[in-house]
Design a protein around this ligand. Structure first.
Ligand code: PEP
Length: 252
């Protein structure tokens, strides 16, 4: 039985002080989620990671929003896997569409990061999804399949369930235009099928999230779909009240 997961992506929001306030305020939410077997987490900026680790309930998943695939070196502005491990961070978002759009994050680069993270026994949350133009041309599955086949290459069968996939249609991120639960379920089932073809039955244990304008009012519909195991949430994860409401609504 796969667990449910709510992961908040804070993007470039919250000062260290604001991140600390959220970490303290969400202690009871993490406890409540844990009592119901639900995983919850947030992805602060690099600056907020340590503060959230130090102030939150120890069961809160704390994820970085990016990482470099090399351990160290002349990569100005980057942060490496050993640096994250050193502060106890073991989850990383890879290939978010904003990084694909603004930072030239290619499927190949994502693959190097995912291979590195899995090798280090960390958890990549690999984001895939089509643009509005690709959606309108009916190319969703073609685009997502390529992102999966390249991004997930060179992993091993027994480690595939250490990877989390987030299906995030680019046209639904931050726009309020969420994909219907039927579309989201259809694509998430397709994703599981491709991963099953690539790596076998480990695909059944792998968590697949939907992301794109998820909020307290619609989270339950997605999370009751058979192939959607959770949500990657941007805007609605920033305020403690809506974060709490999403946890309560997905459980209740
Ligand atoms: C995201 O940033 O991954 C995301 C899904 O954002 P939003 O929930 O704001 O659409």
């Amino acid at each position: 039985m796969r667990k449910k997961l709510l992961l908040g992506n804070w993007k470039m929001n919250k000062t260290v002080g604001e991140a600390k306030a959220f970490a303290l305020a969400c202690r009871s939410i993490v406890e409540f989620a844990g009592e119901h077997g639900v995983l919850v987490g947030v992805a602060p900026t690099y600056l907020g990671l340590q503060t959230v680790k130090e102030n939150a309930d120890k069961h809160l998943i704390v994820a970085a929003q990016n990482v470099h695939f090399e351990d160290k070196g002349a990569y100005t502005g980057e942060v490496s896997v050993p640096m994250l491990k050193d502060i106890g961070v073991s989850w990383v978002i890879v290939g978010h569409s904003e990084r694909r759009t603004y930072d030239n994050e290619t499927n190949e680069k994502c693959n190097k990061k995912i291979v590195k993270l899995v090798h280090e026994e960390m958890t990549p949350v690999y984001c895939v999804g089509e643009t509005l133009e690709q959606f309108e041309k009916g190319l969703t599955k073609k685009v997502v399949e390529k992102q999966l086949r390249v991004g997930l290459q060179s992993l091993c069968e027994k480690c595939i369930d250490k990877v989390v996939i987030a299906y995030e249609p680019v046209w639904s991120i931050g726009t309020g235009k969420n994909a219907s639960k039927e579309i989201a379920q259809d694509v998430c089932a397709f994703i599981r099928g491709i991963v099953r073809e690539m790596y076998g039955e480990g695909a059944e244990r792998m968590l697949i999230l939907y992301g794109g304008s998820v909020k307290p009012e619609n989270i339950k519909a997605y999370l009751t779909s058979p192939d959607i195991d959770g949500a990657l949430v941007g805007g609605a994860s920033l305020q403690i009240d809506s974060y709490r409401a999403m946890v309560e609504n997905l459980i209740g």
